[in-house]
Design a protein around this ligand. Sequence first.
Ligand code: GFB
Length: 319
Amino acid sequence: MHPTDKIYVAGHRGMVGSAILKRLQELGYSHFVLRTSEELDLRNQAQVFSFFQQEKPDYVFLAAARVGGILANNTFRAEFIYDNLQIEANVIHAAYLSGVKKLMFLGSSCIYPRLAPQPIKESYLLTGPLEPTNEPYAIAKIAGIKLCEAYRAQYGCHFISVMPTNLYGIHDNFDLATSHVLPALLRKFHEAKLNHAPEVVVWGTGKPRREFLYVDDLADACVYLMNLEEEPDLVNIGTGEDLSIAELATLIQKIVGYTGKVVYDTSKPDGTPRKLLDVSLLHSLGWRHKTPLEEGIRKVYEAVFLSQAGQTDHKKRAV
Ligand code: GFB
């Protein structure tokens, strides 16, 4: 990408899209085309096609998606498949029609089989049944990968997919009903500390293992991969390290400084037992993550829960 190229970041107000935009700006890119979801509904084919015909972006980061934690995925099954399929189909086809030079589609590690051997290589895609709690979302994301692959094979489009592991960051969703585990636990421990609550409830058994990547590192990886001349059509992005949910809870408890008890609500689902990405391909392409987990969680905790601005912002976002 040249500094003058026109770049469309789809989903630039979300946690991932905003981090990608910030990284691009840090690197000197300045020619962006951006639309909020109120201005452009990516589920609407006519709107998307006319936007691409009018703007003709050179590069596209497709970071717009309906996302959420285990409960949101399991509850809003229809929206998770429908919205994501629509967004991907519209944006990827419009990118082909308008001659986009390169498009990067962001998927998720839940596309891999529930019981895939660990760590999970890119080649394990479609080798076994998916985790039921997020199957609709995973099917939509697999469709996105296959769309990129098909347009690449048939029309020679430079469309690639990256599969990030579980992400976290300052602009995360902190709503306890729809968020992922890391922001949820930060909020639960913080509020329990403030309210002198005797215990914090963690969902599931605490045994599942997860890998977490700081979103600014993900953004750096995305821009890095976008700028490679030759790259594989599917690349995992992670740290290559995981921990159990119980270990995560202990770490967050320490960071927050909460001294009460941790209890497990086993009526809530555990989801996939383990989801550790094999990042050897990513490493061989010359990229490694920089932010250690504890440092990243401290950054988020300080920015969102301890700073005045963060507290106001998080209350707005957490209702
Ligand atoms: O982060 P999370 O919601 O998503 O949950 P997944 C990870 C694990 O943390 C599960 C447990 O075992 C949860 O039961 N957990 C414990 C909690 N306490 C909490 C809590 O307070 N809130 C939440 N949310 N979880 C999602 C997929 O799976 O990950 C998506 O559903 C996507 O499709 C995303 O792939 C990255 O890692 O299980």
